[in-house]
Design a protein around this ligand. Structure first.
Ligand code: SAM
Length: 243
């Protein structure tokens, strides 16, 4: 029998999780950007700016943005002259991203449907690999980390930003109340989709704490793995290097 995995708080087969995550992002794709602003009070923009400052994309570098969705991270890196491959398992998210890139007249971007667990790229293709608010949705996270390591050049760097629960007691209670009660309601009001936003909240609560995820980054073969928690670990920037 196949092991069960979490889809939010529900236990399902790995195949069913991948299918349901696909349905969530197909459903939210058109409203994804406005919902990010509403759910985070615009803070996701600051976190993403900070993340890209850590990646330090250089002109002409080849960077893979896994689970790149509608392109928020890719656009920031392309503006610094890097050549970005935006990959995502969900064609609907990428389609919204392509339209946004077109309206911003951005160049240096290519788009590809890819499962982060099994990338089609050859070994040692990229100088950096990023994944932002994506990895908690991946069914087999260790496989995705190993794939990121495989497609990086020697000296290549891996950066990931993800949510988890916060360990600041007062803040964590406030956030929990907001996340459980308010986010699904905003999802219902704005996107007419309460369930998808309930899943997003549950998946945040279930994602490993920063130290535990840092060990997973090391287990995938990265060296000098580091975790930079913000807001008590609610959002953490992880990094590692391939040697
Ligand atoms: N990185 C973007 C951002 O920060 O705005 C999008 C993040 S969005 C919350 C999560 C993305 O992960 C979705 O676009 C979803 O399709 C993608 N995703 C989920 N599972 C995936 C997988 N196995 N491989 C690649 N992308 C995946």
């Amino acid at each position: 029998m196949t092991d069960q995995v979490n889809f939010g708080d529900a236990l399902v087969s790995p195949e069913e999780k991948t299918r349901r995550v696909g349905a969530v992002f197909s459903s939210v794709a058109r409203r994804y950007d406005i919902m990010n602003d509403l759910m985070s009070g615009g803070m996701h923009r600051l976190w993403k700016d900070r993340f890209v400052n850590r990646v330090k994309p250089r002109s002409g570098e080849r960077i893979l943005d896994m689970a790149g969705g509608t392109g928020d991270i890719a656009f920031r890196m392309a503006r610094r002259g890097a050549l970005i491959t935006v990959s995502d398992i969900n064609a609907d998210m990428l389609e919204v991203g392509k339209q946004r890139a077109h309206s911003r007249a951005l160049s240096g971007l290519s788009w590809k449907v890819e499962n982060a667990e099994k990338l089609s790229f050859s070994d040692a293709t990229f100088d950096a690999c990023t994944i932002v608010f994506g990895i908690r949705n991946v069914t087999d996270i260790p496989s995705a980390l190993r794939e990121a390591h495989r497609v990086l050049n020697r000296g290549g760097r891996f950066f990931c930003m993800e949510f988890s629960s916060s360990d600041w007691p007062g803040f964590s209670n406030l956030y929990e109340a907001f996340a459980s009660n308010v986010i699904p309601r905003i999802g219902k009001a704005v996107a007419n989709d309460e369930e998808s936003y309930r899943y997003l909240v549950e998946s945040i609560r279930r994602f490993p704490r920063p130290e535990a995820f840092k060990r997973m980054v090391t287990d995938a073969g990265f060296v000098r793995a580091a975790a930079e928690p913000m807001l008590g670990g609610l959002v953490t920037i992880h990094s590692g290097w391939k040697i």
